[in-house]
Ligand binder design. Sequence first.
Ligand SMILES: [Zn+2]
Length: 123
Amino acid sequence: MKHYDKNLKKENTDKKLLVRAGLVAICSLILLFVPIILAVSLPMKDWQKGLLVFSGGIPAIIGLFYAVELERIAGFYVCKNCGEKYVPTRKAMWFSLHLGRTRYMQCPNCRKRSWQKKTLKND
Ligand SMILES: [Zn+2]
């Protein structure tokens, strides 16, 4: 019972982490694109446009790094081939194709590549 409670607690924490990852990613994309749109559409000097894009782009990149890190540590990815559940490395997260939260990665257990789904359950 105690073990079950612990899993459930981690599951809830991970759910919150994923929601936060999504929010951070959306805010980062807004920060990235709004200054670019403004720079293109408003009459400004080039250095002002540059500064505007730069001031949005830097926090946006930091935000995206943070969002991917949150997504990485929340829950597990499940290998389609052998069913291994694992937390991928940072390198695997950044250099993998993804559709939403499903990623094309190599399993650390059977070494096969497949589209792996995120799960919050560890049972
Ligand atoms: Zn596997």
